[in-house]
Design a protein around this ligand. Sequence first.
Ligand code: COA
Ligand code: AMP
Length: 632
Amino acid sequence: MSYAEEYTRSISQPDVFWQEKAEDVPWFTEPQTALSQDDNGIFRWFSDGEMNTSYMALDHHCNNGRADQTALIFDSPVTGVKTTYTYSELRKNVARFADVLKRNGVKKGDRVVIYMPMIPQAVIAMLAVARLGAIHSVVFGGFAPHELAVRIEDAQPKVLVTASCGVEVSKIIEYKPLVEAAINMSAHKPNCTIVFQRAQAEAVLKDGDLDWEKAMINAEEAECTPVLGTDPLYILYTSGTTGKPKGVVRDNGGHAVALKYSMSVIYNMKPGDVFWAASDVGWVVGHSYIVYGPLLHGCTTVVYEGKPVKTPDAGAFWRMVEEYSIKALFAAPTAFRAIRKEDPEAIKMQSYDLSSLDTIFMAGERLDPPTYLWTVEKTGKPVVDHWWQTETGWSICANPTGIENMPVKPGSSTLPVPGFDVQVLDHWGKPLPAGEQGAIAIKLPMPPGCLPTVWGDVERFRHSYLDAYPGYYTSGDGGYKDDDGYVFIMGRTDDVINVAGHRLSTGEMEEVVAAHPLVAECTVIGIHDALKGQAPVGLVLLKDGADVDEDDLQAELAAMVRKEIGPIACFHRAVVVPRLPKTRSGKILRKLLRQIAENHEVAIPSTIDDPGSVTEISTIMHQQGLVRQKTE
Ligand code: COA
Ligand code: AMP
């Protein structure tokens, strides 16, 4: 089967195509209906199929000859710990932790928030929630209490699961005080907090807290609760343009079918192969390809607690490949930029045997051609860029290495994946010809696995993704297709930025900066950063008469953003400006500021209030080194 045949069939007869793919996963009751519409008119997959994702990922393999195969490898250079779990051991731990959750009141449909570092217990907790037919919401450990509180308030979890600490290279981050602060801030209070104690920092437990290990002593093995294909498996909050993160909902059935399909078609993996996504369970890449994808496919997955560099050096990734015979490595381009910065000649790499490694996959941000070329040259391995989002849960564009290796064009995330009818639209929603840049949208229905709604807010789902171009899902990314149909993603068309592969909202940062008593107005934009892709910078207008040292102000604003959003916001720069370009109705021209930062030609809009402000801000941004150089 060629890529072209597979793709055409997926678009011309999506229901027949996906019904066939659904046969590859073990349902309790096979779905009779592939595609339908729910009460809100939203397309849904496998609404009458009965299943359990945790069963598909664990029990099914134990019952079919994989009980003694390694399911999960844990490697933590920051603590010196290495362990493995067979499928049977992982299943047992998951079933017992599910019983702990059950005894604490968690049942089908309830939410459980998980705020954990990269340890196996995070994966066990996720699969245990899924086993009960409940809904997990994992919050990345680099988010501050306020962000955690917003998610607790929205998801209303019955239980919160955490660990006593995370380890960031050599820093110990105590989680329990952060969790307590978040619960204090939230109007919703979980019934209890279950804490996994780590030797690096033991947490002091309070009334209502439960020690993971102690709770597990008397736990029995909970059965898998059957759910419908359309029942939610998880909520994962992601940044949008407003301050409030969006709770992207993932269903059980479509998700399992899509991820199982992707493991062979995109990643060319066979059951038993070792797959490593060097991400974090707090992000979508971690959900899909540390936890669910590899396990649904009967592969061995890797949980790595460390960085690509400094743990202990730029050979960290290559050591892992050799030690565990990793076949596919998936990470964000920023990780390879970090390795390249520390070890430009790849000296460290030469000490390791990379013969097990077939392909390197990258996603999470644009793969810049220099990073692509360096990685190909130094490793001698094929490098596959693929484009996806929290909302889709798997890749929209990729090189379908399991069907056909298409020629690579640096800068392109290659071709639409079967199931995704990708179109480039103009302002009015008309498809644009090859070579012309516009908004990238996906014609409905989207394939299985993509979000069916925003948690508790179908109107926000419609407004954010469906209303702009009727009949399409709007991705928020801009770009073009070339004459061969290759897709080039050029960046967000909204105020979302991508810092070290982490998706962040500038709107959220603006809310924090604007709360400073001396700030009258501000805007936050993303500027080019050689290591992290983008970095946020605040352009700040002071209140009349405000007298402040600019360095002090910058430090205060950086501390505020770190406290409110978290260290991963990487907000370190604020520049005081005398005015900001605005429309006559008073809206700050953020798009124009982004264009200046990217060193694009800027057309002064007719709606502008004060054309001189554009020249002025452009001069300041050049003087302050905020404008990307043409050579970068
Ligand atoms: N818990 C607590 N703090 C965290 C954290 C976590 N889970 N993750 C990151 N942080 C902190 C870091 O310690 C750092 O703190 P600092 O300001 O005190 O130094 C800050 O957040 C910024 O982190 P980061 O942007 O990751 O910078 P870094 O210098 O620690 O590492 C890279 C840089 C490039 C090595 C790292 O970002 C990386 O490996 N990126 C890969 C991206 C990725 O996995 N993306 C997922 C999508 S595929
Ligand atoms: P997230 O939801 O955190 O995975 O971030 C999704 C966003 O990251 C996308 O909307 C893109 O802006 C960006 N992104 C992800 N993968 C790629 C890629 N391969 N090329 C370009 N941008 C990407």
